[in-house]
Design a protein around this ligand. Structure first.
Ligand SMILES: C[S@@+](CC[C@H](N)C(=O)[O-])C[C@H]1O[C@@H](n2cnc3c(N)ncnc32)[C@H](O)[C@@H]1O
Length: 318
């Protein structure tokens, strides 16, 4: 085969869905909600436009762990490795956007390493605001027993923004009030009918009567979700409900979500379910295939989907 023919065939192969449907440029432009880009996120991000992404949700490779699966970064180099990526993320995120970083420091020589704390400080120097910290409580955390600590049942979801005024839709993540409200609100006392100021002078107060007739309440900053890795081919996948929650909270339909460490494609699946566009970057070809399959099995009946394999096309999602 001549080189041009070979290149064309290779491109066709790269753009081919596992069911054999080849994608054309028209498909990409008119149907694209999710885009999987195989490559090093540092390089791919450098080709993306400034201020173009509404939300970044990701869980980067954990320090030193899972070397056999996708190459860990040593704890001592972690901050030096991540900061240039964070700089690119800061550039591509819109001023109204959010960055949610799912991470947890590992134990080294019997104590928790400080690279996550150092990373937060480094990112603040770059210009990020460390706006909030959400906790993912892993309801089915790994069993085990250690002499000096208990089972690790939570991970951080650090929330960074570029400004104090950012896109946030709190009503989109409200939760049912629960059965307790029936008994509590059945007969209201005098105190319940007026604002009850905090007795310690904190400035906080509550008026219980305001809850009458409400079915939904605002959640806390702790997310109680089970892990799903046991059912998935990626050893470090987070549950779809995790990116889904942040996508609902920080974006609206058609906004652009980015996951620079896409893994098995969880963020892209969540974004598609919620009708948001998504760019997912993943260095490992096998995980790109896994992500493609995740998208397909979730969206067999949807034709609004395009999966690409070419980092030059990032700007077509804007
Ligand atoms: C913790 S996993 C992400 C799992 C993902 N949240 C999921 O639900 O499947 C991190 C991923 O980052 C990928 N990765 C590591 N270094 C990368 C890089 N420089 N650029 C892009 N992807 C990278 C790894 O191959 C791995 O799949």
């Amino acid at each position: 085969m001549k080189t041009a023919g070979k290149n064309r065939a290779a491109k066709m192969m790269r753009n081919r869905f596992h069911n054999g449907t080849a994608l054309t440029v028209e498909h990409q432009e008119t149907l694209g909600l999710a885009r999987i880009v195989q490559g090093d996120c540092q390089t791919v991000l450098s080709q993306m436009q400034d201020d173009s992404v509404d939300l970044i949700v990701t869980s980067p490779p954990y320090a030193d762990s899972r070397k056999k699966t996708y190459g860990g970064i040593s704890t001592d180099h972690y901050v030096r490795w991540f900061l240039p990526i964070a700089q690119q993320l800061l550039r591509v995120l819109k001023p109204t956007g959010s960055f949610v970083l799912n991470i947890k420091e590992k134990v080294v020589n019997g104590e928790r390493h400080t690279y996550v704390i150092e990373l937060v400080l480094g990112m603040r120097k770059q210009g990020w605001l460390w706006t909030e910290e959400y906790i993912w409580h892993k309801k089915n955390c790994y069993p085990g027993k250690w002499p000096n600590r208990f089972r690790d049942a939570w991970e951080r979801c650090l929330h960074f923004t570029k400004s104090r005024s950012f896109q946030m839709h709190q009503e989109a993540v409200r939760v049912p009030m629960g059965d307790w409200k029936e008994a509590r609100l059945r007969s209201l006392s005098q105190t319940d009918l007026c604002r009850d100021e905090s007795r310690v002078g904190s400035g906080f107060g509550k008026k219980i009567a305001n809850w009458v007739g409400r079915d939904l309440a605002y959640p806390t900053n702790v997310l109680h979700l089970a892990t799903e890795c046991a059912n998935r081919a990626h050893s470090a996948a987070f549950p779809v409900a995790l990116p889904e929650w942040f996508i609902k909270l920080f974006t609206q339909e058609n906004d652009l979500v980015l996951d620079p460490f896409l893994g098995s494609g969880t963020t892209a699946v969540a974004a598609n379910r919620l009708q948001r566009r998504c760019i997912g970057i993943e260095i490992n070809a096998e995980y790109c295939n896994l992500a493609r399959e995740s998208l397909f099995s979730n969206f067999k009946r949807l034709d609004k989907l395009s999966v690409l394999h070419n980092c030059k096309t990032c700007e077509q999602s804007q």
